[in-house]
Design a protein around this ligand. Structure first.
Ligand code: CA
Length: 235
């Protein structure tokens, strides 16, 4: 597995890089966000380990810039601040997982493998079906990852896209919170997190969905149902 390690503290960077290499990973180290974005421009990585507090461009901004450029490499965010706010904030800018410092090295390895597995499976699913999903005015191109509403492209983060894909594949069905959480954020997610509600809010806003179209089924989860018969132009 090919890892980009973005960490400004030499001591931690050396420790993590040495450990990862010892486990057979290839590691490229970037000491700041600018260098990381340079590396990402020309190289492909399986996972990016991204420290939150960096000199210059912050980890959050690196992640935001990656997603804005349609770079969907899984991001594991590292931070000394173990607070729910930071976790949700990290996930909001498109990070896929979050690990508070100090962390157990075995846990880091386990999370990296899980992210890589999830990404490979997702890419394989997309490759197999390789077509356009359509629910009413919303279209999801599984090859280009472009999502349009009424023919207009909508900018979604990695997680928002993953969540939307899950809703579209299960249109008209009630999806349990646990299922969404497990599928999009992984089996070890905190069941009490409000991250699903945060993301539902963002999807409603970005896709101009009504509360009925992406409906909260109290105590259970959410149901996505968008009418299919529209006269909106298609692209
Ligand atoms: Ca740092």
């Amino acid at each position: 597995m090919n890892i980009l390690l973005v960490e400004d503290e030499t001591r931690i960077a050396d420790f993590v890089a040495r450990g990862l290499k010892g486990d057979g990973f290839a590691v490229t180290h970037a000491p700041d966000g600018e260098t990381a974005l340079e590396f990402l421009k020309d190289n492909s990585f399986d996972v990016v380990i991204l420290d939150l507090m960096l000199p210059g461009i912050s980890g959050q901004d690196v992640c935001r810039k990656m997603r804005a450029k349609n770079d969907h490499t899984p991001v594991l965010m590292l931070s000394a601040l173990d607070e729910t706010d930071d976790r949700v904030q990290g996930l909001n800018v498109g990070a896929d997982d979050y690990l508070p410092k100090p962390f157990d090295f075995d846990e880091l390895i386990a999370r990296l493998r899980a992210l890589d597995r999830r990404n490979s499976r997702y890419m394989a699913d997309v490759g197999e079906s390789g077509h356009i999903l359509e629910c009413g005015r919303i279209r999801f191109n599984q090859e280009s990852f472009i999502v349009t509403v009424d023919g207009r492209a909508v900018d979604l983060s990695d997680k928002e896209r993953e969540m939307l894909l899950m809703f579209m594949l299960n249109s008209q069905k009630v999806l349990a919170r646990e299922r969404i959480l497990n599928s999009v954020w992984g089996a070890d997610s905190d069941p009490l997190t409000n991250v699903i509600d945060v993301y539902v809010g963002r999807l409603r806003k970005k896709l101009t969905l009504t509360k009925d179209e992406l409906k909260n089924i109290r105590g259970v989860g959410y149901r996505f149902s968008v009418e299919n018969d529209t006269d909106f132009p298609k692209i």
